[in-house]
Design a protein around this ligand. Structure first.
Ligand code: SF4
Length: 230
């Protein structure tokens, strides 16, 4: 597994748990607002972190950290993802996977193997404008397959959309709502311009608080059990 970053401690990345975070290197999407360009653009890749270093850290922290979050980049493009997760799980850690949902076969295998405790899947756009938003060749049916798989997995999950006004309209969010209708949890993430893959997105904006609140209510009233704005 190519690991581009490791965070030893977090209180906010796994719901109500203390976690460590593994950042995999490489992604098959090119979302312009991506705030981890050093994990996406090969020209910006830093040195890799040895997997054994992380295993040895996690061995020592057993009992002090509850969970390990696997994020990226996009973890599901890593060939040995299942093996790595299985080894961490065998140490007794809960596992949260962050994914862009583009690899339903990989996701399905992880679900069937029972190694995931929480799934956070990005739903980046209405299916009809997916390629435009993620700036990559993608079969939107694969995203739909992942959505259905996550919803029927029995594993706690959330769907998330990063909202940049330059890419998505309020109508687009409602369209996403139709696609994930019946989901338990949906998160609208405010785009924050700090570091972006596409430099022109440093000037991008997000919806106003009142626009978010209107959408949050509409999503809860019409499509999902719980919707929150982060
Ligand atoms: S935001 Fe997009 S480009 Fe960045 S890691 Fe996630 S899926 Fe990849």
């Amino acid at each position: 597994m190519k690991i581009g970053g490791f965070q030893k401690f977090s209180l906010i990345d796994y719901p109500e748990k203390v976690s460590a975070i593994i950042f995999t290197q490489g992604c098959n999407f090119r979302c312009p607002y991506c705030h981890n360009p050093e994990l996406v653009d090969p020209a910006l890749f830093g040195p890799l972190i040895e997997l054994e270093e992380i295993f040895s850290f996690l061995e020592k922290r057993k009992g002090k950290i509850d969970a390990v979050v696997i994020t990226g980049g996009e973890p599901t493009i890593q060939e040995d993802l299942l093996e790595v997760i299985t080894r961490i799980k065998e140490m007794g850690y809960l596992i949260k996977l962050d994914t862009n949902g583009s690899k339903p076969l990989v996701l399905g295998k992880l679900i069937v193997e029972g190694v995931l405790d929480y799934i956070a899947m990005d739903v980046k756009a209405p299916l009809s404008k997916y390629q435009e938003v993620v700036r990559a060749r993608i079969d939107p049916q694969q995203i739909l397959e992942s959505i259905r798989m996550v919803m029927s997995s029995g594993i706690p999950y959330e769907f998330r959309t990063t909202v940049a006004r330059q890419l998505l309209s309020p109508e687009d969010i409602l369209e996403i709502g139709k696609t994930i209708a019946g989901a338990r949890c949906y998160v609208l993430q405010k785009f924050v311009p700090s570091k972006t893959l596409d430099q022109s997105f440093l000037k991008a904006t997000t919806f106003s608080d009142s626009e978010f609140e209107v959408l949050r209510r509409k999503m809860e009233n019409s499509f999902v059990d719980h919707c929150e704005v982060r």
